[in-house]
Design a protein around this ligand. Structure first.
Ligand code: ATP
Ligand code: MG
Length: 369
């Protein structure tokens, strides 16, 4: 009965299940974790659901294994980060009603696991296993998760799913790319329709950005971009956004974001700003964008992040292109240059250094005189 829960998670989940039983709760592991258990993949983020208030379970987990907890939504969901790296999301069973497409739903609690599973994105993520002692590992799979995982199919649970929450369009593509799965025929038809009707525009830019960043964290980035291109979804991220080969050369989502910005050339700045990056990230990426556009070496040392970004985006750049300019602007005065001529000459040196036409300070000085 309990063969789906891997050995490595048994102790943790049965300890939580025993505690839940003492409180008179029913408890299940649910969603992506069950999918990953079945696929034999390691999962570091485990969703648990309970049929009544589960608040004290979060405290119990922290007391037992060490870590920290915080409440992260108004629906009483707790996130527990354990010291061993595991992340638990503890939620109460709920159903959702979407009043406005793309907006957050109206949530009510339920005691029916089936209703909670029905509000989820795809059948493959709508599978639950009991963690109570006497039914440990017992499967609840009312919508055919196991069958769809076996056939590698992403299937929404009802016709209005993409309208209710258009972020699911991007989630569908992300999972299809990650696992090499296909969209079930009707899901594919509804997804295409959702794109034609521009449902992704119903989602706030903030929610959209979070989905985009999750995509940029994926290993199978090329496959996912191919699908985004196939279903004409990249335009919702930014007009003319395309896959760039450098994306595959790193797994760092921030570097990948930088690559996308650079690939958009003079439109890159607006794209980046629309994602509301931190000040630091914005500064780091935009200063690299300016170097690339002006084809000049930097004036001061680049950060590790900036170096990586440039090296990946322009792998054939001469190594000195990434180093600060051989000559300092104020030094140029000693060569008898003033005012505008200084910036003109400095630009000439920086351009030559970027293109590998000079490779030492001496050569830079020769260029000035
Ligand atoms: P990952 O492996 O990327 O973490 P996941 O399937 O675990 O994938 P999460 O974003 O961690 O996805 O969400 C956990 C679960 O919550 C999902 O498996 C799914 O059941 C449900 N879920 C998440 N986002 C949505 C959504 N937009 N609509 C409906 N259900 C969702
Ligand atoms: Mg998850």
């Amino acid at each position: 009965m309990n063969e789906l829960i891997p050995q490595s998670s048994k102790e943790l989940l049965s300890t939580i299940g025993n505690y839940a039983k003492k409180l008179g709760l029913s408890a299940w592991v649910v969603g992506g974790a069950v999918r990953d258990f079945y696929l034999g993949k390691i999962t570091e983020d485990v969703d648990l659901v309970f049929d009544a208030t589960q608040e004290s379970v979060a405290g119990f987990c922290v007391r037992t294994w060490g870590g920290e907890k915080h409440r992260f939504s108004q629906f009483g969901t707790f996130r527990v980060k354990l010291n061993n790296g595991l992340k638990l999301d503890l939620a109460r069973l709920r159903k959702e009603k979407y009043i406005f497409p793309g907006a957050l739903p109206e949530v009510t609690f339920t005691t029916q696991l089936k209703e909670d599973l029905f509000r989820r994105d795809f059948t493959v993520n709508s599978w639950a296993l009991s963690i109570l002692p006497e039914t440990f590992g017992k499967s609840c799979d009312p919508y055919g998760a196991q069958k769809d995982i076996d056939s590698g199919l992403i299937r929404i649970l009802h016709e209005k799913s993409f309208l209710d929450d258009p972020t699911r369009i991007f989630r569908a593509i992300r999972f299809a790319g990650r696992f090499g799965w296909k969209l079930a025929p009707k899901t594919e038809r509804l997804l295409r329709q959702a794109v034609r009707d521009e449902y992704p525009l119903l989602v706030s830019r903030d929610r959209f950005c979070r989905e985009l960043m999750k995509i940029l964290e994926e290993e199978k980035i090329k496959e996912i971009f191919e699908l985004l291109q196939k279903y004409d979804l990249l335009k919702f991220a930014w007009p003319n956004l395309k896959y760039h080969v450098a994306l595959e050369k790193t797994q760092d989502s921030q570097v990948r974001l930088g690559i996308l910005v650079l690939s958009l050339k003079d439109k890159g700045e607006d794209f980046l700003k629309s994602l509301r990056p931190t000040k630091k990230m914005s500064h780091e990426i935009l200063s690299v964008l300016r170097l690339v556009q002006q084809e000049v070496c930097p004036l001061s040392p680049l950060s590790e992040y900036q170096r990586t970004l440039l090296q990946l985006f322009l792998p054939h750049l001469p190594s000195h292109a990434l180093e600060p300019c051989f000559i300092h602007g104020r030094e140029l005065q000693t060569f008898g240059l003033f005012g505008r001529r200084i910036s003109g000459v400095l630009k000439k040196v920086r351009y030559a250094q970027w293109h590998g036409e000079i490779s030492s300070r001496e050569e830079a000085i020769k260029l000035i005189s």
